[in-house]
Design a protein around this ligand. Sequence first.
Ligand code: PLP
Length: 264
Amino acid sequence: MGIQPGRVLIVAGSDSGGGAGIQADLKSVMALGAYGTTAITALTAQNTLGVQGVFPVDPAFIARQMESVLDDIGSDAIKTGMLHSAEVIDAVADVLEARCSDLPIVVDPVMVSTSGHDLLEPAAVQTLTRRMSLVATVMTPNVREAEKLTGLQITDLDSMVHAAEMLRTTGPQAVVVKGGHLEGGEIMRDVLASGSGTRVFEGPRVETTSTHGTGCTLASAIAASLAYGLGLEELVERARAYLYTALRTAPGLGKGHGPVNHAH
Ligand code: PLP
């Protein structure tokens, strides 16, 4: 028998183009040495140019997928991504509360694709805050998502820090505000707010249009490291380093925002 890898249950939407969603999650989790299982919340017809359609999965069947995985394979960490509607959030949060309260849970509050398509019904943002903040160990909004969750306008590092600290008071043990969407500058910053204070991570920004799925990738990389029991600061460093190389070696596929490279 081989060494048992950390297991990550990914609850998210499928991206037919393979760049974001479940596909990015599975590739990242595997590249970081963990074992990924999935509960698919919605299918998207999607490529690097945008989202051409969304086909939601019945909330009861999403819960069924989660239970099938938990009943047999088990999990060391959970990652949630696109949850699409208030009904899906309720179904997923019910299973997480009943079955996963002792596990680290990474909640990536996916709302709108880079191409501008709603991946969460706008009316469901309140349900996301109410249900998912309470189950989250780590919440990983990008700047635009953090704005919607806090009502703040985020224009610089100070407002990112403020948003991260404010979101942490809603329930998660830690919040990582991902700074990739902030315009300008040669530095890419992410902010971690946790019980031991606030830390800013800095590194060079990679100039590329291949940014599709970067948010999913960072959140999954964090979940994979949590499955191995890494400390918070160390796992954010590890996830950032993984994403940096994935961006630098992006394969340049498609005519729009292409995927990053997970085979490195
Ligand atoms: N499609 C799906 C299914 C996703 O889960 C996500 C995740 O954020 C996206 C698209 C958005 O990816 P991006 O904002 O990088 O285009």
